[in-house]
Write a new protein. Structure first.
Length: 487
C-alpha cells in the first residue's frame, strides 16, 4: 500500500499522485466488548473494495479499550489487529477514531458512549436516558457538560489527569498500529463538546435565530406565519435555509472561538505530541466542535507539536441537516447542509490542510431510497471541493442494501497530476475528470458499472463481481480530460 501524506490541501501518495479516498464509518459503541462488534472478515473486505471503498473510519471507544484504569483490553485490541491485517491485504486504509457521544455511557445510565465510567466526573449531576433524541443530553444534560468540563480541565483521577490518561491510550495505539501500512491516521476525538460554555452558545443561538427570522428580509414572514398556523413543518424548516444560516451562526462564532482557543487547540497539540513521541506515521485529524456541525465557525489553530506546526495533519468536518435523528429528516434540506460545509471549506483554506469528510448522511434506514436526491447533491458538492468522504454509518448489512446504489459511484482514486475538476453526474450518468498531468505515473479511476470511454486509452487493473472495475489511464504532460459514459 502507498503511504498517504499531505501536501498543502491535497492528500498524496508515495508516487506524488493526488488521492481521493471514499469509505464508511464503522463504529462500535457497544459496551463491555471483548472484540470489535462487527465481523470485518475476508468476505467483508472483498465486497467493500468492490464498491470502490478504500478507507474506514474505525470508531472505537475509550470504554472498551481501558475499562479499568491502566487495564487495557488485550482481547479487544487483538480484534483490531485482525482488522488492520485484512485492511492491508485488501488495500483499505484505517482512520482510528476515538469516538464519543455525550462523553460517556455512564455505566449504562445514559445513551452516550466514549469514556469509561471511571473517567466520567459529573460533579454529582445524574445521567439519564434521552427524552426526545439521543443528543438532547448536549442541550439539557448537566452531567454531560460537567464531564467535559472536567476533561478539558484535566481533572485528576487516581492522581493522574484525565487528558494525561487519554494521551497514554493514544500512545498505546500509536505503538501498536503506527507501523501498519494500512494506517491512514488518528482522529483524536469525535465531535468535542464545549461543556458548560455550551449554555451560553445555545442561548445566543436561539436568540440569534429569533432576531434573524424577525428582522431579515430573506425570510418570507407571511408564508412562515401561515406554515405555523397549519403546522406545516417543511415550510417552517425551509425558512431557515442556506441564505440565512450564516447570519444566525455568526453571533455564536466568538463564544465557540473561546472554547477552540482555550481548550480545544491545547488538547489537539497535547494529544498529537503524545502520538508523535511514538511514531511519525499517520495523519493527525482535526475535527470541529459538535456545535460547528451546523455552520458555526471553527477557530482552532493548526496543530503544533512542541511549538512547530505538525506537517501531517488534515481536517475532518461533519455536517448533517438539523432534522437528523428525528422523523423530520424527510424534510432535510441539502442547500442548508451545503451552507454548513461551505463554512467548513473556509476552515480548510484557513488551516491550509486537506479534507476528507468525517461524517455525513445520517439516514438510519439503509433501504430507504427516498432521500437519495439529498445525498446526491452533497456528493456532488464534495466532488466540487475535491473532498473524499466517509458515510455515517455502517449497520452490518449495508453492502447488500439499496444504499450501495447511491454510495458506490465512479470517482478518481489516484490522479497523476493536479486535479482541476471532477464530477460524477448521476442524472446524465457521466463521469468527467480534468487534470494537469506531469507526464509520469498512472491515474486510477474506480468505475462502478460497465462503461464506454470517450477517446482515451485505459487499462483495466481489477474487475469486480458486481460489474465495477478499477482502471488506469496514462496521459502525456499537460491538460487532460477523461470522460466516461456509465451504462
Amino acid at each position: 500500500m502507498e503511504k498517504i501524506l499531505t501536501d498543502n490541501m491535497r492528500f498524496v501518495d508515495g508516487l506524488g499522485r493526488t488521492r481521493i479516498l471514499n469509505g464508511m464509518n464503522i463504529d462500535d459503541k457497544h459496551r463491555d466488548q471483548s472484540r470489535f462488534y462487527y465481523e470485518l472478515d475476508e468476505a467483508f473486505f472483498k465486497k467493500y473494495r468492490s464498491y470502490g471503498f478504500d478507507i474506514i473510519r474505525l470508531a472505537i471507544t475509550w470504554q472498551n479499550l481501558e475499562p479499568r484504569i491502566r487495564e487495557y483490553n488485550e482481547d479487544y485490541l487483538k480484534s483490531i489487529d485482525e482488522i488492520f491485517a485484512l485492511a492491508e491485504k485488501y488495500g483499505v486504509y484505517i482512520l482510528l477514531d476515538m469516538h464519543q457521544d455525550l462523553f460517556s455511557g455512564n455505566d449504562g445510565k445514559s445513551c452516550g458512549d466514549g469514556a469509561p465510567d471511571w473517567a466520567a466526573i459529573t460533579d454529582g449531576a445524574k445521567p439519564r436516558q434521552p427524552i426526545f433524541v439521543w443528543a438532547d443530553g448536549y442541550f439539557f444534560g448537566r452531567w454531560v457538560s460537567k464531564s467535559f468540563d472536567n476533561f478539558w480541565q484535566n481533572t485528576a483521577v487516581g492522581g493522574v489527569g484525565l487528558q494525561d490518561r487519554y494521551c497514554d491510550l493514544w500512545r498505546l495505539l500509536a505503538k501498536r498500529y503506527g507501523d501498519s501500512p494500512a494506517l491512514f491516521g488518528f482522529d483524536l476525538m469525535n465531535e468535542p463538546f464545549p461543556g458548560t460554555l455550551s449554555r451560553k452558545i445555545f442561548l445566543r443561538l436561539i436568540t440569534s435565530a429569533a432576531i434573524e427570522i424577525i428582522r431579515s428580509n430573506k425570510v418570507d414572514k407571511v408564508a412562515l406565519i401561515k406554515a405555523v398556523a397549519k403546522r406545516d413543518e417543511k415550510t417552517m424548516l425551509d425558512s431557515l435555509d442556506a441564505s440565512i444560516i450564516r447570519d444566525i451562526m455568526k453571533r455564536v462564532d466568538s463564544v465557540q472561538a473561546e472554547f477552540d482557543h482555550r481548550y480545544y487547540s491545547p488538547f489537539l497539540n497535547k494529544t498529537a505530541a503524545a502520538i508523535r513521541e511514538i511514531t511519525d506515521n499517520g495523519i493527525i485529524m482535526m475535527e470541529q466542535s459538535y456545535i460547528c456541525n451546523s455552520g458555526v465557525k471553527q477557530s482552532a489553530s493548526p496543530i503544533t507539536v512542541n511549538g512547530k506546526r505538525e506537517p501531517q495533519q488534515c481536517f475532518g468536518p461533519h455536517a448533517y441537516d438539523m432534522t437528523v435523528d428525528t422523523p423530520l429528516y424527510k424534510y432535510a434540506n441539502a442547500s442548508r447542509v451545503k451552507a454548513f460545509f461551505t463554512e467548513m471549506h473556509n476552515t480548510q483554506k484557513r488551516l491550509n490542510v486537506p479534507v476528507i469528510v468525517g461524517e455525513w448522511g445520517g439516514c438510519s434506514d439503509n433501504k430507504d431510497t427516498s432521500w437519495f436526491p439529498h445525498a446526491y447533491e452533497l456528493l456532488e458538492f464534495f466532488d466540487e471541493k475535491k473532498w473524499g468522504q466517509m458515510y455515517w454509518d455502517y449497520h452490518g448489512d449495508d453492502l447488500d442494501s439499496p444504499l450501495m446504489q447511491m454510495l458506490s459511484r465512479t470517482h478518481p482514486v489516484a490522479v497523476a497530476g493536479e486535479i482541476k475538476s471532477y464530477l460524477y453526474d448521476v442524472r446524465a450518468k457521466e463521469f468527467t475528470l480534468n487534470y494537469t498531468a506531469e507526464g509520469k505515473g498512472d491515474t486510477l479511476i474506480y468505475v462502478h458499472k460497465p462503461f464506454t470511454a470517450d477517446g482515451i486509452k485505459f487499462k483495466t487493473l481489477e474487475k469486480y463481481e458486481n460489474g465495477a472495475s478499477l482502471i488506469s489511464v496514462k496521459a502525456a504532460a499537460g491538460e487532460n480530460t477523461v470522460k466516461l459514459i456509465i451504462e
